[in-house]
Ligand binder design. Structure first.
Ligand SMILES: Cc1cc2nc3c(=O)[nH]c(=O)nc-3n(C[C@H](O)[C@H](O)[C@H](O)COP(=O)(O)OP(=O)(O)OC[C@H]3O[C@@H](n4cnc5c(N)ncnc54)[C@H](O)[C@@H]3O)c2cc1C
Length: 395
């Protein structure tokens, strides 16, 4: 029996999640990456799975879907391979957003009200409850909200678990294979070119993360996805100091901003290894991978405002990566109407780890014509932010 062949271009966490869903849906699935799996952005971020930082709208809906899918997905994987699910380090620890100014408190409270109206659990914490939950937090806070549904994963462990599960379901992986162009027959994408030949298929999924714009151009269907740099500090392992995902109320503004210049906010979380991750910055500097001391020190200053006791703690290393940024801050998920056979699953900016499983589910639902779990229209490819602006820039 002929099985449709799906070729997923990119083996980051989004490609892995798409491949898993497609393989389980019965597609003959091939995952292609120019390097190895989960070695690019998915290995250079943090592992927040957040509902707390998203206002009512399509991204929140995708986040809620993903949050619902994560535990079951890892449970299914864990029934067959407990060590793989374990490596994903799922911790439903909850998030706490903290304001340190009166204006910040007001903004935080009205944001939380809107989220509550959209069904998100968001509980105001009084000072006593806050300091009981986070004893090392600054006493100079003005408001705090607890989001019990925030969680975290270890991103590369999670990506590897999703990909390995796709392979168990019959998918194949081809690494060291850079896609360089398209084979188009009668207006339909039927193959992708690489150095040694052509890979044919019935459908192709552009899951190339921050390189999705470049890949789209190579395939003849440009999309406006570009890199947005972020840097993170990692402390040496510490005794338990930070118990939730804790971030300052400015974070939501930095995420939603489209400014090219440096935006920073403090997002502080401990990992199972005992290290504390202190993120993060946002800046559009192309693919310039140099670490920026000024970005790191701005992030550190803001983290110290939340956790003064981190002042004496040794920093073990710093790293950074490129978020796949779309000007309207929404992922691109769906068929490309300009080139039948091409689909996109990209543009998740700073939330692609958390949103990966919902993205894979939605993509597979669209590909197979099943009832989608949520309205896919806001993520469509032919929206102005994704295609018009590319045309404008080229004009
Ligand atoms: C500092 C920082 C902090 C972050 N924190 C979080 C967080 O806490 N929570 C969260 O949810 N998200 C976070 N993110 C965002 C998250 O990391 C990304 O949204 C996610 O990793 C994107 O995954 P991806 O699979 O789309 O891209 P990638 O992981 O970059 O994968 C794309 C793959 O495509 C391959 N590729 C590219 N071009 C080609 C080609 N021509 N041929 C073949 N292969 C190709 C690449 O080699 C790569 O492996 C953070 C990001 C950064 C930078």
């Amino acid at each position: 029996m002929y099985r449709s062949r799906a070729v997923v271009l990119g083996a980051g966490i989004v490609g892995a999640a798409c491949a898993r869903e497609l393989a389980h849906a019965g597609f003959e699935t091939l995952v292609v990456d120019r390097a190895g799996p989960a070695g690019a952005t998915s290995a250079h971020g943090e592992g927040n799975v957040l509902v707390s930082d998203k206002g009512p709208g399509p991204e929140l809906e995708l986040a809620v879907l993903s949050r619902r899918l994560w535990p079951g997905t890892l449970e299914e994987i864990g029934q067959r391979h407990p060590e793989r699910a374990g490596a994903a380090e799922w911790i439903p620890k909850g998030g706490i957003v903290v304001a340190t100014s009166d204006a910040g408190a007001e903004a935080l409270m009205s944001f939380a009200d809107e989220q509550r109206a959209a069904g998100v659990r968001a509980e105001r914490l009084g000072s006593g409850a806050l300091l009981a939950a986070e004893p090392h937090l600054t006493p100079a806070h003005t408001a705090a909200v607890h989001y019990p549904d925030d969680a975290q994963v270890q991103p590369t462990g999670a990506a590897a678990a999703l990909l390995a599960d796709a392979l168990d379901a019959g998918a194949e992986l081809r690494t060291g294979c850079e896609v360089t162009g398209a084979v188009v027959r009668d207006g339909r994408l039927t193959g992708v070119r690489h150095r040694d030949g052509v890979l044919g298929g019935d459908l192709f999924v552009n899951a190339a993360g921050p390189w999705a714009g470049r890949l789209g151009t190579l395939l003849g269907a440009p999309v406006h996805v570009e890199p947005r740099r972020g840097d993170v500090l990692v402390t040496a392992p510490l005794p338990p100091t930070v118990f939730h995902k804790v971030y300052d109320a400015d974070y939501v503004g930095a995420v939603g901003s489209s400014a090219e210049d440096l935006q920073t906010s403090a997002v502080v979380e401990s990992t199972r290894a005992g290290t504390v991750l202190i993120g993060s910055s946002r800046r559009r500097v192309g693919f310039d991978a140099r670490l920026r001391p000024e970005a790191l020190s701005a992030v550190a200053r803001k983290a110290l405002r939340l956790f003064p006791s981190l002042a004496g703690v040794p920093v073990m290393r710093a790293y950074g990566g490129f978020r796949p940024y779309v000007p309207d801050h929404l992922p691109v998920i769906g068929a490309d109407p300009r080139l039948p056979g091409l689909w996109h699953a990209t543009g998740h900016e700073g939330a692609g780890i958390g949103l990966s499983v919902g993205t894979g589910r939605l993509l597979a639902e669209l590909v197979t014509g099943r009832e989608p779990s949520l309205d896919p229209a806001p993520f469509r490819v032919d929206r102005p932010a994704v295609t018009d602006r590319v045309e404008e820039e080229r004009a």
